[in-house]
Design a protein around this ligand. Structure first.
Ligand code: ADP
Length: 184
């Protein structure tokens, strides 16, 4: 049973690696960013509430993402493990997730910190060209990452759940490190 949380700055390669690893492990890749972007495209209630926050690079309110994650983790395909990508993104969300996993009788989750320097992630994001990948919005997302998300590194390291992988390598090298670290 593998339950993994991917942490790391935007542009560290979380999305790509989480997707590949989930495929390799045959467990669902649960990306809150992907779910929210799909909701915007489908013009659902959730999507309409989330859009203005995402366009500015701000975090979507906790309640919206927390309900969304709870619902997703209760789906049948998530009973054999999962990879969470983009959640939790702040300490309040991490506490929510901890409580939820206790309620669902799930545990043993590991957190992978995929790290890369600012200069590297900015260059990658500018080359990607998603709607929220303009210079100003990227700067805001990195600021939020530093203020709200990076504290989760200590949070999970204090709980002996943290594993760190260097994201400043080729995709193949990162993937190989990930496979090694979860097998160890
Ligand atoms: P990246 O990590 O590359 O910036 P994501 O696809 O993970 O991109 O997230 C894109 C946007 O979706 C975020 O900037 C934020 O607005 C919203 N979002 C995703 N996950 C969360 C979350 N856990 N809490 C609040 N907002 C979120």
């Amino acid at each position: 049973m593998t339950r993994l949380i991917f942490l790391g700055p935007p542009g560290a390669g979380k999305g790509t690696q989480a997707k590949n690893l989930a495929e390799f492990l045959q467990i669902p890749h649960i990306s809150t960013g992907d779910i929210l972007r799909q909701a915007i495209q489908d013009q659902t209630n959730l999507g309409m509430q989330a859009q203005s926050f995402m366009d500015k690079g701000e975090l979507v309110p906790d309640k919206l993402v927390e309900d969304m994650v709870e619902e997703r983790l209760k789906q049948p395909d998530a009973q054999t493990g999962w990879i969470l990508d983009g959640f939790p993104r702040k300490v309040t969300q991490a506490k929510f997730l901890g409580g939820l996993l206790i309620n669902l009788h799930e545990g043993g989750e590991k957190v992978i910190n995929l790290d890369a320097p600012d200069a590297v992630v900015i260059k990658r994001l500018l080359g990607r060209g998603r709607k929220d990948d303009t210079e100003e919005v990227i700067r805001r997302r990195l600021e939020i990452y530093r203020d709200e998300t990076a504290p989760l590194i200590n949070y999970y390291s204090d709980r002996q759940q943290l594993l760190t992988v260097n994201g400043n390598q080729s995709q193949e090298e990162v993937f190989s490190d990930l496979k090694n670290i979860i097998a160890a």
